[in-house]
Structure formats: C-alpha cells, structure tokens
Design a protein. Sequence first.
Length: 98
Amino acid sequence: MGDGAQRMNHNEQLRKQVELQAQRMKQAEQNRPTLISQTVYIGTLGLLFVLPVIGGAYLGRWLDSLAEGYSTHWTLSLLFLGVILGAINVYLFIRERE
C-alpha cells in the first residue's frame, strides 16, 4: 500500500512539472520578439546614435562658417561630442529595455 502511494505522489509531481514546463513554453512563445519589433528596435538604436552625430556636425559646421578663413575646429569637436552622446543614448536605451 505504501508503494502505491509513492507512485501516485511521484506521478503527481511529474504531472506538475510537465504542466509548469508547458506553461513556461507558452509564455516564452508569447514573449518572442517579432521581426517587425526587432526592426523597430534596431531602427531606434540607429536614430539614437546618428541624430546627435549629425546634429553636432551641422552645428559645428555652422560655427566654423562664422569664423574667418578655413576652420574645422568646431565641426570636429562637436562631431566627436555627438558620437559620445550617441553612444551614451544607445547604452541607456539598451539598459532600460533589459
């Protein structure tokens, strides 16, 4: 009689484990990112990086055009600053999504 109760208890535990695993698989399938969501995510990362770089380049070019003669001091400085700000934007965005 004790052997039958152990088998029943073991079967019950096995059934619960299988149900839990099936539930986890369903949840993972529902949370799987789609192609469109991945494309939007990559596009957002690109914009977060590129916009500060382009903004810095344009602002630097405008400031350099105000100076007499040929100058690239502001363009290069603000371009570099844009790269740094873009990298920080991407890092913070990825960190927030995790």
